[in-house]
Write a new protein. Structure first.
Length: 453
């Protein structure tokens, strides 16, 4: 419940019209969802304007609205005005977070944020009642809404994402993390963030924001994460493959069936076997496990929980259908995650086929990064590369070989079905907007298989 006086104070709202009840049951920004009894905030975006839906929100039972401009308001409904509805949303969430005293664990990084967030939440859930962001609610809209959705929870694991300068700072102002980690720092969203040093500075805001009585978790295998960890004023807990880390991990063995690994430190050792494969998954497991143990989870409970971890949808999902391996890593792509995908692909035997596409938001570095991607692809000698997007020429130049370009997902699936043989391995990867997961879904349906893990 949000009281009228509270939100006026938190967001410095101007009262244009008074309504009936002096409280709201929650916040809404989307009239397609339940708005009854809530306050509707009219956000503005590139392709929408929430002010166009104010009347609909009121007709569906909204008890109040926050707008940037005058709109016609009828009925016993509160009308507040502000210069910036997005800022108002964040300010209300910040006030609510402070009022409730939630504990917040923030996670950012150039890759692995969602996986680490999901892993940490899963590891602590049997013992600690915390929430998390769902789906892609990791930005200046999603994070405030996640905080405002918390009811009986004691805290939350929050993924904090950015594609332009200043967003992590603002997300930390809103969420005020007590604990935090940066998975890694690499070339991602360079169009909005700039050079690698600028990316490090942006991600580093999470370490600047943690209070003295909090804790920061530092990936010692990443030199840039180590560098920005100097911003920490609180306890520093390290993890990584380096034996000097507080929590050290190693891969004992790895093959197509999975990975055997080990985590040790602080007088304990956890040996585990998981269907997850690759160094990047071990890093995610290490980050989440070190945080979970710090938060009070007994190390003796960790083995079983680690072995039940599953990758989020679209992040290295492995399906085996009629002895053909399909790997769906299509949720997103940047130079860092593509490097991990290519390295992981070498775990598998058989002919390699790539269904890939553009890495978006790289700005003026787009051609060069796709050229480098082509060079990396050439090292694994794939049977064929299907490519969707604008940078096929760059990939082709880097590979010094031909690729097959496509726009039609069904036709690409047709071509794949003509060449696939038992034992083949097919990787699907690109930035989410490119849509290569559609080819994965079509092929999966036509082959009629089930999840391998």
């Amino acid at each position: 419940m949000l009281e009228v006086d509270e939100i006026i104070k938190w967001a410095e709202l101007e009262v244009v019209k008074k309504g009936g009840m002096n409280f709201f049951d929650g916040v809404s920004t989307d009239t397609r969802e339940d708005v009854k009894g809530k306050i509707f905030i009219a956000l503005k975006g590139e392709r929408f304007d929430g002010h166009d839906f104010v009347k609909e929100a009121i007709s569906k039972g909204a008890r109040g609205v926050i707008c940037e401009k005058d709109v016609e308001i009828n009925g016993n409904v509160w009308f507040f005005r502000t210069r910036d509805t997005l800022k108002a949303l964040g300010d209300i969430a910040m006030g609510y977070r402070m009022k409730r005293g939630f504990k917040i664990f923030g996670i950012t990084g150039s890759s692995g944020k969602t996986t680490t967030k999901e892993f940490l939440h899963y590891l602590i859930s049997p013992d600690i009642k915390w929430g998390k962001n769902k789906g892609n609610m990791n930005n200046l809209i999603g994070v405030p809404l996640t905080l405002l959705f918390l009811k009986e929870e004691e805290g939350a694991v929050l993924e904090l994402a950015t594609n332009r300068k200043g967003e992590i700072k603002r997300l930390c102002e809103i969420s005020k993390p007590d604990f935090g980690l940066i998975t890694l720092i690499g070339k991602a969203h360079t169009e909005g963030l700039g050079e690698i040093e600028d990316i490090a500075a942006e991600k580093g805001w999470i370490f600047r924001s943690i209070p003295e009585n909090g804790a920061g978790f530092v990936n010692v295998d990443d030199p840039l994460v180590l560098k920005v960890s100097n911003f920490l004023r609180c306890r520093k807990i390290t993890y990584g493959m380096d034996p000097s880390a507080d929590f050290c991990g190693r891969i004992i063995s790895i093959d197509e069936s999975g990975m055997r690994g080990e985590i040790y430190g602080k007088g304990m050792k956890i040996s585990f076997k998981t269907a997850l494969k690759g160094r990047h998954f071990l890093q995610n497991i290490l980050a989440a496990s070190s945080a979970a143990i710090y938060l009070g989870i007994n190390p003796s409970d960790m083995k079983e929980r680690i072995e039940r971890l599953n990758a989020p949808e679209g992040r290295w999902e492995v399906l085996k259908i009629k002895d053909i391996t399909l790997i769906n890593d299509s949720y997103n792509a940047n130079p860092v995650s593509f490097q991990s995908a290519i390295e992981n692909l070498q775990i598998f035997k058989g002919r390699k086929i790539l269904v890939i596409g553009d890495m978006l938001e790289l700005g003026e570095k787009s051609f060069d990064e796709h050229y480098e991607l082509g060079r990396k692809i050439a090292r694994i000698s794939p049977l064929v590369v299907f490519f969707k997007g604008d940078y096929g020429e760059a990939v082709e130049s880097g590979m010094r070989g031909k690729i097959k370009r496509f726009d039609d997902h069904n036709k690409c699936a047709d071509e794949l079905l003509k060449i696939l043989e038992r034992g083949d391995v097919v990787l699907f990867k690109a930035s989410h907007k490119i849509g290569v997961e559609c080819v994965f879904k079509i092929l999966k349906e036509r082959l009629g298989g089930k999840d391998a893990s």
